[in-house]
Write a protein that binds this ligand. Sequence first.
Ligand SMILES: O=P(O)(O)OC[C@H]1O[C@H](O[C@H]2O[C@H](CO)[C@@H](O)[C@H](O)[C@H]2O)[C@H](O)[C@@H](O)[C@@H]1O
Length: 257
Amino acid sequence: MSARDLVAALPPLRETAVFLDFDGTLVDLAETPDGIAVPEDLPDLLDRLTEVTGGALALVSGRSVGALEEFLPGFEGVIIGGHGAEQRIDGLLETHPLAGSEALGQLTRAVEALARQHPGTIAERKPTGVVLHYRRVPDLEARLVSRMSDLAATHPGIELHRAKMALELRPDDIGKDIAVGLLRSRQPFDCRKAILFGDDATDEVAMRYLLDHGDLACKVGTGETGAPLRAEDPTELRAALWMWTSGEGSEAWPSKD
Ligand SMILES: O=P(O)(O)OC[C@H]1O[C@H](O[C@H]2O[C@H](CO)[C@@H](O)[C@H](O)[C@H]2O)[C@H](O)[C@@H](O)[C@@H]1O
């Protein structure tokens, strides 16, 4: 699907609520969590999308809100971080009760020890979880899944979540589907068609949620998906989003005007 074909399948932007994943969707994946390069045009693109949607744009990411604020210092819109465990809405941050808990502290130290035992892996601390990255040592996957499953089993309320070359321990009562559902019930995200653009398993649950409610979903990159729309990669998606902001496309959708 080309950028133009993708935009042609979208409703008018001003009548849409837009949910955007970050890694692998807006920015290319990198070998390490800190190794990503934020595209030069991304801050302006997010500002423009926010303006045209009247603020109905949210970043919905597995990253912490703090990490996204560092990558996108000028962005003032809604940020859902930690897969839903953090929410920055109207500039106010709400965080899951397990943030800062002894349980998460213990697990974080255990995962950091695991990373030291397995050179090439990286432990990433988050306020609401901890990730073990193994992109540089993919052959260790089975072993690391087993060790992380054992760790998750030691703490009720924590689950192991699998993502792209990454294993995360996080609260078991969160998810991008829940976060998107919550935003859909609030202004200005309600009473509009909604779409989520995402690339990973964590996005698929939110896509399913939206599709089940008559909304839309777009997968970025290769791989299986429940989303009916697809962009080849973050570069193509950004090109499509720019076109969308300028009112191109939307041929399939009669405007409400
Ligand atoms: O929900 P997202 O915004 O897509 O965040 C998901 C995770 O992204 C990061 O990890 C992923 O990207 C890294 C950098 O490209 C890559 O090295 C890693 O293999 C990917 O899993 C981030 O580090 C995680 O905290 C996010 O949960």
